[in-house]
Design a protein around this ligand. Structure first.
Ligand SMILES: NC(=O)c1ccc[n+]([C@@H]2O[C@H](COP(=O)([O-])OP(=O)(O)OC[C@H]3O[C@@H](n4cnc5c(N)ncnc54)[C@H](OP(=O)(O)O)[C@@H]3O)[C@@H](O)[C@H]2O)c1
Length: 244
């Protein structure tokens, strides 16, 4: 039998990168996809995996990646992120398009393309990294919260649609994790990004990766449905205990 294979999207940094390392430690052959090919190439060399240049917003790119995979046992829908913090009144439609294309349609493209292979594996697992933004609305966040809600609903719908098939589904909804997330949200403004984590002990990518590792190592009959994880210093999207 060939080695169990996991595809991690958005593996060039943060949660995806740490998750790929964690799954490789468990013996998976990990296929790491992202747009920044040099980064996934380095990671693949380190963990004995396969690097793929993948843009989840691009139909052709997704097809090339998914067609090339002989087997897939685990899909981690992790590629995503936020752009900007604007009120609805001042919403930037391009930022909205980016968030919906990446988080929602990206998850749809990958999941749809790989469902037959996940089912054929006889013991498939889909982990989707949503956010606490998939559970709450917050001011200035509607582009991201609406995209994460939509991504989560797409994932949750599969729980019924795939009932009876050998595929488990786990949604992981993190609060604040210190990654490149805020740097992307604020268009490379590192000072503004750093402020998000100022005075708190945030989660780190490794914290989420270990949760994915735990999920993937449960026996086949155990389906961890939804996991919400926040730093101790965070109660909700805008509710932090900051030490000055
Ligand atoms: N950090 C947080 O506080 C937090 C909280 C809750 C949920 N999340 C979610 O966790 C996931 C991972 O984010 P992160 O915190 O690890 O942020 P990150 O460090 O910015 O990583 C985001 C990853 O997504 C990839 N990506 C973005 N657009 C892509 C595209 N079109 N095609 C393929 N890959 C793409 C990036 O790779 P390339 O740029 O190289 O393509 C990168 O590897 C996201 O879905 C995010 O919404 C994050």
């Amino acid at each position: 039998m060939s080695t169990r294979t996991a595809l991690v999207t958005g593996a060039s940094s943060g949660i995806g990168e740490a998750t790929a390392r964690e799954l490789a430690k468990q013996g998976y052959h990990v296929v790491v996809g992202a747009r920044r090919f040099d980064r996934v190439q380095r990671l693949a060399a380190e963990i004995g995996g396969t690097a793929v240049q993948l843009d989840v917003t691009d139909e052709e790119s997704v097809r090339a990646c998914t067609d090339a995979l002989e087997r897939v046992d685990v899909l981690v829908n992790n590629a995503g992120g936020a752009k900007g913090l604007a009120t609805v009144a001042e919403a930037d439609l391009d930022d909205w398009r980016w968030m919906w294309e990446t988080n929602v349609l990206g998850t749809l493209r990958l999941t749809k393309a790989l469902l037959p292979k996940l089912i054929a594996s006889g013991d498939g697992l889909i982990v989707t990294v949503t956010s606490i933004a998939a559970m709450h609305a917050y001011p200035n966040g509607s582009g991201y919260t609406s995209a994460k809600h939509a991504q989560a609903v797409l994932h949750r719908t599969l729980r019924d649609e795939l009932l009876g098939q050998p595929v488990r589904l786990t949604e992981i909804a993190p609060g604040a994790v210190e990654t490149e997330f805020s740097l992307v949200r604020f268009n490379g403004d590192s000072e503004r990004a750093a402020k998000v984590y100022e005075g708190i002990d945030p989660l780190y990518a490794q914290d989420i990766a270990e949760i994915v590792g735990f999920v993937a190592s449960r026996p086949s009959h155990v389906n961890l449905d939804t996991i919400v994880v926040k730093p101790r210093d965070q109660a909700g999207p805008g509710s932090f205990a900051r030490r000055s």
